[in-house]
Design a protein around this ligand. Sequence first.
Ligand code: IPE
Ligand code: IPE
Ligand code: MG
Length: 245
Amino acid sequence: MSNIVIDMNNIPKHIALILDGNGRWAKKRMLPRNLGHRKGAFNIADIAKEASALGIKVMSCYCFSTENWNRPKQEVDYLMQVPIKYFKRYKEKIENSDIKVIFSGRRDRVPSNLLTTMEEIEKITSNHEGLILNLCFDYGSHDEIINAAKKLAIAVKNGEISVDQIDEKMFEKNLYTKDLPPVDLLIRTSGEERISNYLLWQIAYAEFYFTPVLWPDFDAKELEKAIISYQGRTRRFGGLKEEEK
Ligand code: IPE
Ligand code: IPE
Ligand code: MG
């Protein structure tokens, strides 16, 4: 395994990460859970740089789910402040990088100071042409799909489109991830093997990679392992490969 190198001609375009295990990482060290979240947040930037260097175009990160509101208030409050603290500290670095940051998810429930930060990060990176870092915050696939269905229903009601015009392309354009390509590789850390309401539409033909490594410990080497595993898969998209015919 260690001798296998990455094939630079077969790099996934879009990787999606379920960054799980921050709490367990902290618990193992007898630290409060929030310190795990802090370490996990710093790790996003490191892995984004690594992904960018490998030629990955889009990296989606599950940062806060629509179900995570069910956590204790002090943990939710902390998670709502993480991007703000991060931005205050690294504004210049973000501005001077070539990474384009976008947020996917609901915007009507996050605190107003977080919303302001999200909009500012998106604004100052909007012209960047490097990796797209899609941060999924107050994101849930069920919410996203219902939201898209409602938008289309309203457009039909207003006579802007007809029901027959609704196809996969149009539906996709109404998802939070509207301009992103489909997910090629989905990675979940911490040993859990479930999707937890993440990018259900977008992972239709993604390859899955589960690792027991906790998110704060997931480093460049772990990312490389995931890519190498991906490169060993046969993607058929329902068809057959040339050699299988
Ligand atoms: C993932 O880590 C980050 C968020 C869900 C915000 P967890 O907080 O779920 O960590 P574990 O699963 O409890 O270890
Ligand atoms: C999924 O992790 C959500 C994020 C990583 C933001 P959870 O820790 O919330 O998922 P479950 O509850 O174990 O499925
Ligand atoms: Mg978890």
